[in-house]
Design a protein around this ligand. Structure first.
Ligand code: TYD
Length: 209
């Protein structure tokens, strides 16, 4: 582990990729192996950020301008970093985060025009840190969409994006991975749950003591 000071792992992928399930399974596996694990998620992961989560995921799709939405996601992330992630890392824990800044790069960066520069500038200004390792669960967009649509819930501001955008995001996530090969591990999410989980566990092996 870098610096002997915890390990920060994020999970990324399009809606319906199965990354939340895999984040949970990895947390369970590592705990069973005796590691001290904090499983968290974005948007959310701290009391203040969970309040922001409700603001950004519920309600009318036009509720926020694209720019306001980026500010809200970044504000939530900043609080999550301050209150949850950094203290856990400082205590030497493994932090597993279901989505992090790469989701903002994709969702806010490309879904409503090209706002990547704004997302990156705000990240540099207010967050300034990447996970040590990012597990990208890669998934066919059509399959992902049918999985995601099968769920009920009120957090659906981003779940009506449709196939075209899912295709763009999958490609965008793969581009991010190609640009930062040291940080990313790309895992094929189409297999059976336990097969994917084994691949995830193997992918993080080199980062564990
Ligand atoms: P999540 O709870 O991971 O939903 P799911 O399990 O369905 O993938 O994330 C909720 C939604 O929030 C998801 O559609 C992606 C969106 N999101 C952003 O648009 N920007 C962000 O920065 C983050 C973290 C999430």
């Amino acid at each position: 582990m870098p610096d002997g000071a915890g390990l920060f792992v994020s999970f990324e992928g399009i809606d319906g990729s199965g990354k939340s399930t895999q984040a949970h399974l990895l947390a369970d596996t590592l705990r069973a192996e005796g590691h001290d694990v904090v499983l968290t998620r974005e948007p959310g992961g701290s009391p203040g950020a969970e309040e922001i989560r409700a603001l950004v995921l519920q309600g009318d799709p036009d509720r926020w301008s694209a720019e306001t939405e980026i500010l809200l996601f970044t504000a939530a992330r900043r609080d999550h970093m301050e209150r949850t992630i950094l203290p856990a890392l400082a205590a030497g824990k493994i932090v597993i985060c279901d989505r992090f800044a790469d989701s903002t790069r994709m969702y806010q960066g490309i879904s409503r025009g090209d706002l990547r520069t704004l997302v990156d500038d705000l990240h540099a200004l207010m967050i300034g840190r990447e996970p040590d390792l990012t597990i990208l669960i890669d998934m066919d967009p059509e399959a992902g969409l049918s999985r995601a649509k099968g769920r009920d819930g009120i957090e659906e501001r981003f779940e009506d994006f449709g196939l075209e955008l899912q295709v763009k995001m999958r490609a965008g996530f793969l581009d991010l991975a190609a640009a930062a090969p040291d940080r990313f591990r790309v895992i094929d999410g189409s297999g059976a749950r336990d097969v994917v989980a084994d691949a995830v566990r193997a992918a993080i092996a080199t980062h564990l003591p």
